[in-house]
Design a protein around this ligand. Structure first.
Ligand SMILES: C[S@@+](CC[C@H](N)C(=O)[O-])C[C@H]1O[C@@H](n2cnc3c(N)ncnc32)[C@H](O)[C@@H]1O
Length: 297
């Protein structure tokens, strides 16, 4: 496996330091903007919801294999689903959805990228997942879609909506699609660490005939974190752009609250690792706000 993407593999699974907020441990990304940056136009201007998927579909399963992580997420999701239908947002090539469907659950997956969905469908058990080509912010499903016991977005996918409005619309739509006791589950990294506002470049894979670089920068005023994987071979240069609107767990909780969802539980990983101030990621579970009892287990 070639996994040129750092500890967690995700294109943007980096964290960045708020030099302008030195005292914050988990700074509120949206409330503490840095100085104006002489960086030119944001790549987001030409970035659409299918740009990431269309650019990564051909290499996704090679770069982001993550078998252990996948096994843990499938075990957790199938246990909590307890027989109820599951919806995955940004299903991609079906890394999680295909083995999840193999547990016998009814699994639906949406994605904005046709090449990603094509990869999923051509897998041996790809037809076990009901796929729909739609946006996370609207989640337009056919009439026969059931109420879902779980709607989840794995591996930082929720951050791939690049505006607050889209993220809020997504959470509102999820709330409407869940059973009364259903839960929304978001798997996200925590934006803090060591990326300077002017960005950086890292070598992520180096071979005699191939070099992969990762270039990235952040736009503090928009909470945007964006970059490119640059793959250089004898055949030429291949660019794979990504863009994310990131937020802290506290900011996410506030957004969920606005959408009618409230936090039921939070872990640091799919194996139920306890969430602490030092955690680098979180698996957050939200229930519909009008439903009373917190999720157990
Ligand atoms: C990081 S991949 C995750 C794929 C898969 N869920 C996994 O965990 O391996 C993110 C996926 O979300 C899709 N995506 C990104 N933005 C989207 C949007 N606005 N609406 C629907 N899908 C989106 C991409 O096409 C891609 O397939």
């Amino acid at each position: 496996m070639d996994c040129p993407n750092g500890q967690f593999g995700c294109p943007a699974m980096l964290s960045f330091v708020r030099r302008d907020c030195p005292s914050s441990r988990v700074p509120a990304v949206g409330t503490c903007s840095g100085p104006a940056l002489p960086l030119g136009s944001s790549a987001v201007d030409r970035y659409t919801s299918s740009t990431y998927g269309d650019g990564y579909a051909d290499i996704y399963d090679d770069w982001y294999d993550m078998r252990e992580e996948t096994g843990a997420s499938v075990a957790w999701l199938s246990r909590v689903a307890d027989g109820r239908p599951i919806l995955e947002l940004g299903v991609g090539t079906g890394r999680v959805a295909v083995p999840l469907a193999a547990t016998g659950l009814e699994v639906w997956g949406i994605d904005s990228s046709l090449p990603m969905l094509e990869r999923l469908r051509e897998k041996p058990d790809g037809s076990s997942v009901r796929t729909v080509h739609t946006e996370m912010s609207t989640i337009a499903l056919p009439n026969d879609a059931p109420p879902f016991g779980i709607a989840f977005a794995a591996y930082n996918t929720f951050f791939m909506m690049t505006t607050r409005e889209e993220q809020l619309d997504c959470l509102r739509r999820i709330a409407a699609l869940l059973t009364t006791d259903g839960v929304a589950v978001l798997d996200l990294f925590i934006p803090r660490g060591l990326v300077s506002p002017s960005g950086g470049v890292e070598v992520t894979s180096l071979a005699v005939d191939r070099l992969v670089l990762r270039a990235y920068r952040r736009w503090p005023t928009a909470n945007t974190f964006e970059g490119q994987h640059v793959e250089i071979t004898d055949a030429g240069v291949r660019l794979r752009p990504w863009s994310m609107r990131v937020m802290t767990p506290t900011e996410l909780d506030a957004l969920a609250d606005e959408a009618g969802l409230c936090l039921a539980d939070r872990w640091a990983g799919w194996n139920g690792e306890p969430f602490t101030d030092g955690s680098r990621r979180h698996i957050s579970v939200y229930k519909r706000a009008e439903i009373g009892s917190p999720l157990s287990g």
